[in-house]
Design a binder for this molecule. Structure first.
Ligand SMILES: [Zn+2]
Length: 186
């Protein structure tokens, strides 16, 4: 234990480590603690981000400073999800960066091939949905799937199994390889 001497050198006060800490690192004013300042910086950053590059109206998901949990999936599937969430993918209702005209789902020919249709509604994918997607009933921004590793794994298996939002060459490649497997060239 340390002691501080008074002016006359007679009275001594015990000095604990807490005294020293409060002497050199006084309590911050209200609202200025490290967690509070960190939160304030984060909010300012998000505000500036929103001003500088606002999300288009068609993108309902909130921006985040943390990587999306689905980024833990394989790179190709994470890319499909990024594209479908953005409304700019190989789905027929996402034909280009500036077209808003929906187009019919090539699998069932019954509705525009939107993200929700391709994952949740397409009747042509019902067997795969029943087998792989149990527990996933929504892909909205607040749906449980976006924060559940188990549900994201199920969604990834469904996307791979049905080749949902795959580029055309990826859909064709397994077929081409199948027929080439009978070729004398291989
Ligand atoms: Zn369909």
């Amino acid at each position: 234990m340390l002691f501080l001497l008074g002016q006359d050198g007679l009275d001594a006060l015990p000095v604990t480590s807490q005294h020293l800490i409060s002497e050199f690192y006084p309590e911050p004013p209200p609202g200025r603690s490290y967690p509070q300042l960190k939160l304030k910086c984060k909010n300012l950053l998000m505000e500036e981000w929103d001003k500088a590059a606002p999300d288009p109206a068609r993108y309902p998901y909130q921006p985040s400073l943390k990587p999306h949990p689905f980024m833990g999936l394989d790179k190709f599937t994470a890319g499909r999800l990024h594209q479908m969430r953005s409304g700019k993918s190989y789905l027929r209702a996402h034909p280009s960066w500036d077209s808003e005209v929906p187009t019919t789902c090539p699998s069932c020919l019954s509705a525009p091939e939107t993200f929700e249709h391709a994952i949740l509604q397409c009747p042509a994918k019902e067997p795969a949905r029943t087998r792989l997607l149990q527990g996933i009933i929504d892909v909205a921004p607040d749906a449980p799937v976006w924060s559940s590793v188990a549900l994201l794994g199920a969604l990834a298996r469904f996307i791979k199994s049905t080749a949902t939002a795959y580029p055309p060459w990826n859909v064709l490649t397994p077929v081409v390889l199948y027929f080439l497997s009978f070729s004398p060239l291989i």
